[in-house]
Ligand binder design. Structure first.
Ligand code: G3H
Ligand code: 13P
Ligand code: ZN
Length: 322
């Protein structure tokens, strides 16, 4: 079985200059779709759960579904990651569940408080061998239940933040936001910041949140079959590729797989209203996610790298962190 620390997946990606998608999951079909794509393209993969997803599944269901992905795909390096943990308690809970990586998002606080909270989490997680991601700057839009005013990451603050906290991965704010409505007109991102940040922290993995592309064909399909997602738009794949070239290693995607599944469910309901077996619509939803995620794995350069390295364990990482 290849449940690995996220740090290993990202270190390997940094060595070879490709990006790794981190896909949010809530249920079995999403996980199966993502894993089918990883298997087909032979890609390492990060599956991540938000606090909301864990709560929705009463923690234990999602934990076992994620572990089923590991058991079912022994040849694929997989990291189980907590997305947007907000307190040390949420981090503790994820580590107790067996996650190999956690995010502490204290970006709504001022710099000093962000450093303090993040360092507390690093001091707690590293002795378990668990990877830590933090965030500096704030994304546009809404992050879980917190409204944010956009504050792009300042390259000048990054080195101090990383040095004082010891984080392995850093989410940067470059103009992306969560959800299906990222830009009012033309997509605008501060990609130039990525290279400037990377220069200052060359061994830290940089993370791009809010990186769904909201493909027009998925939006149109949802709208064609009775949905109402006017003006939905996301980050162009070419912008993500530019980000990867400049030093992004982890790319967070949630909205796109939600839309892929919703499009198929709407199509099945519209075209075959007599159907009522959940497998008749969740199955096609799962296949749509597999197709979407496989195309991302190709586009981010992840494809073909599953067998590049021997999996590390949390025990190995414990020693490395000492
Ligand atoms: O960053 C947020 C993710 O898209 C997860 O969202 O809280 O609706 O599960 P969620
Ligand atoms: P999207 O809403 O663009 O999919 O972003 C997801 C994300 O950043 C999860 O942390
Ligand atoms: Zn996010």
């Amino acid at each position: 079985m290849a449940l690995v620390p996220m740090k290993q997946i990202l270190d390997e990606a940094m060595k070879k200059g490709y990006g790794v998608g981190a896909y949010n999951v809530n249920n079995m079909e999403q996980i199966q779709g993502i894993m089918a794509a990883a298997k087909k393209t032979q890609s390492p993969v990060i599956i991540q759960a938000s606090r909301g997803a864990l709560k929705y599944t009463n923690f234990t269901y999602l934990k076992h579904l994620m572990k089923a992905a590991v058991e079912d795909n022994p040849e694929i390096p997989i990291a189980m990651h907590l997305d947007h943990g907000d307190t040390i308690d949420s981090v503790r809970k994820a580590i107790e569940l067996g996650f190999t990586s956690v995010m502490i998002d204290a970006s709504k606080h001022d710099f000093e408080e962000n450093v303090r909270i993040t360092k507390e989490v690093v001091d707690y997680a590293h002795p378990f061998g668990v990877t830590v991601e933090a965030e500096l700057g704030t994304l546009g839009g809404i992050e879980e239940d917190v409204e944010n005013v956009v504050k792009l990451t300042e390259p000048a603050q990054v080195e101090e933040f990383v040095k004082r906290t010891g984080v392995d991965a850093l989410a940067v704010a470059i103009g992306t936001s969560h959800g299906a409505y990222k830009f009012k007109s033309e997509p605008k991102l501060a990609i130039h910041l990525v290279g400037k940040i990377k220069e200052r922290v060359p061994v830290t993995a940089l993370v791009m949140h809010g990186s769904s592309s909201v493909p027009a064909e998925l939006r149109d399909k949802i709208n064609k079959y009775g949905g109402n997602m006017p003006n939905a738009c996301g980050v162009p794949v070419s912008a993500i590729q530019e980000g990867i070239k400049n030093g992004i290693s982890k790319i967070n995607v949630d909205t796109d797989s939600r839309m892929a599944m919703t499009g198929e469910i709407r199509r099945v309901f519209t075209e075959t209203p007599e159907k009522f077996d959940p497998r008749d619509y969740l199955g096609p939803g799962r296949d749509a996610i597999a197709e979407l995620v496989a195309s991302k794995m190709e586009a981010f350069g992840t494809a073909g790298h599953a067998g590049d390295y021997e999996p590390k364990t949390l025990e190995d990482m414990k020693e490395e962190y000492q």
